[in-house]
Design a protein around this ligand. Structure first.
Ligand SMILES: NC(=O)c1ccc[n+]([C@@H]2O[C@H](COP(=O)([O-])OP(=O)(O)OC[C@H]3O[C@@H](n4cnc5c(N)ncnc54)[C@H](O)[C@@H]3O)[C@@H](O)[C@H]2O)c1
Ligand SMILES: O=P(O)(O)OC[C@@H](O)[C@@H](O)[C@H](O)[C@H](O)CO
Length: 458
């Protein structure tokens, strides 16, 4: 019988002591932060206790494997396999007591996060949505009992910080690794916002003790398939219920103070900077902007994966158009941007990554605000009507109308209501207003998006 991957198998790495807590252990955390941590030259001192974001699936799969998983790195020419050992513990989100115990320990220096854009509970303007029912309910729960089990990211962090303050466990860094602009400041704002609703003395303690670091993260990591599991079993001779396919490229640009220390991630290739903004805009506007454009507009043309889409000259021209628009507003040197674009096209074209457009398409109502709207606003301020942005937005309208990738977006209610009309201009104006109140009154923009909508409709 094929053995299950675990630390009992010969040659597998030992579990390092836990000094990092991660919230939201999906595929990306394992391909990125867990991999960088395992490759740092002080990896033996930095173990991760990882918690799922909501459902227990990943903890159920990784528990019997002692946190080990196979990273399946899919180069254009072939695969490489590596057992990653930095996850020392894996817990379901429901194991709140363990989260509090860890955050109350002075050994724990860092909390890292990947809970998707939606997990931060932001409103349309990107601010903490303190008016939500779930926020009010979890604030009341924590006021009544600071150790009570809570489920949202802000509430889990606030209850953990209350436990840390009570234990006198010292300062801590909270490091967001989600695709959000200013992810450190956003995390500080959501934690500060909820902290004030729970205990009026907590925001000052947080201000003095918690370092909200920022990072730009990059590694294209599609969801695991059953084929990936079979491939690992066939080639590696063990069963892994949770291998992670990813691409060879990996980038991490980090800015923070790290008062209680951190792994030497730079020894594994990460870049430590004072300000992540130029890298953040480059990545979100070029890589993620193009991804979202393709997820909607290329899936409407019948494409299923990113590599198929960029092999289609029509889709590739849309991407180049969007990139020309974005590059007019990026501050990095032109030669660097040209190199970045060329490398991106190569990464997108990797036929073995099989990144499904339907996966990228999820949660468009949150993603488009940070990936496409900033470029659109900059272009309109410069007097341009950007055709690439218009294609991305027209693709989203079409997607909401049921064409192309399916809609998986709990926040799409108002946009779905806006597109339920036979009048293309009204649908476009309604969607633009949902994305940014007032944008639907921009007649030249509405005309451009409506024209693209007619052109894209199959
Ligand atoms: N996959 C990639 O290529 C990639 C690359 C760069 C950055 N990221 C970032 O990582 C995030 C996760 O990507 P992934 O590939 O690991 O996805 P995944 O589906 O494998 O994991 C998502 C994780 O987020 C949690 N989550 C989802 N919605 C949540 C919510 N509302 N509240 C709390 N937790 C929630 C899930 O429980 C899970 O732990 C992305 O949304 C993005 O911000 C991903
Ligand atoms: O992970 P999401 O859902 O935020 O976005 C889907 C992709 O655009 C994204 O995961 C990219 O592959 C990634 O940002 C590359 O580093």
């Amino acid at each position: 019988m094929t053995p299950r991957l675990s630390r009992a198998l010969p040659g597998t790495p030992a579990a390092p002591p836990v000094r990092i807590v991660h919230l939201g252990v999906g595929s990306f955390h394992r391909a990125h932060q867990a991999w960088f941590t395992a490759h740092a030259d002080d990896a033996a001192s930095w173990g991760i206790a990882a918690f799922t974001g909501r459902r227990p699936d990943v903890a159920d799969a990784l528990g019997p494997q002692d946190g080990l998983f196979t990273l399946l790195t899919r180069g254009a020419e072939g695969d490489a396999y590596e057992v990653v050992g930095s996850l020392a513990e894996v817990h379901p989100a429901s194991d709140h007591d363990r989260l509090l115990e860890l955050l109350a320990s002075p050994e724990v220096a860092l909390v890292t996060i990947t809970v998707t854009e939606v997990g931060y509970l932001l409103d349309a303007d990107g601010r903490f949505d303190a008016g939500r029912e779930v926020v009010r309910a979890e604030a009341a729960t924590l006021r009544a009992d600071p150790r009570a089990a809570v489920g949202t990211l802000p509430a889990r962090l606030v209850s953990g910080l209350l436990a840390r303050r009570a234990a006198g466990a010292g300062p801590l860094t909270v490091l967001s690794c989600d695709n959000l602009p200013h992810n450190g400041a956003v995390t500080a704002a959501v934690v500060g916002g909820l902290a004030g609703l729970v205990d009026t003395t907590l925001p000052a303690w947080v201000g003095a003790n918690v370092d909200f670091a920022s990072s730009v993260v990059d590694r294209i990591t599609p969801a695991t398939t059953d084929d990936d599991k079979r491939l690992v079993e066939r080639t590696q001779g063990y069963l892994d219920e949770a291998p992670v396919p990813t691409e060879p490229f990996a980038e991490w640009v980090v800015s923070g103070r790290f008062p209680s220390g951190r792994p030497r991630w730079e020894s594994a290739g990460a870049t430590l900077v004072e300000d992540v903004t130029p890298f953040e805009q480059r990545k979100l506007w070029l890589l993620n902007g193009a991804h979202s454009l393709l997820a909607y507009a290329a899936s409407a043309r019948g494409h299923a994966t990113v590599d198929e889409a960029v092999a289609d000259p029509v889709c590739r021209a849309w991407v180049e158009q969007l990139w020309d628009e974005a590059c007019r507003h990026l501050t990095l040197p032109a030669a660097e941007l040209d190199g970045y674009r060329a490398a991106l096209l190569e990464r997108f074209a990797n036929p073995r990554v099989r990144h499904r457009l339907a996966q990228v398409a999820a949660d468009g109502s949150s993603k488009l605000r940070v990936r496409v709207l900033p470029v659109l606003r900059a272009e309109r301020a410069a007097g341009n009507v950007p055709a690439g942005c218009a294609t991305a937005l027209a693709g989203w309208v079409l997607h909401l109308q049921g064409v192309g990738a399916p809609v998986t977006d709990p926040g799409a209610g108002p946009a779905l209501a806006a597109v339920a009309t036979n009048d293309p201009r009204a649908a476009v104006a309604g969607v633009l207003d949902v994305l940014a109140p007032g944008l639907g009154a921009d007649a030249p923009l509405v005309d451009a998006v409506a024209a693209r909508l007619s052109a894209l409709r199959p």
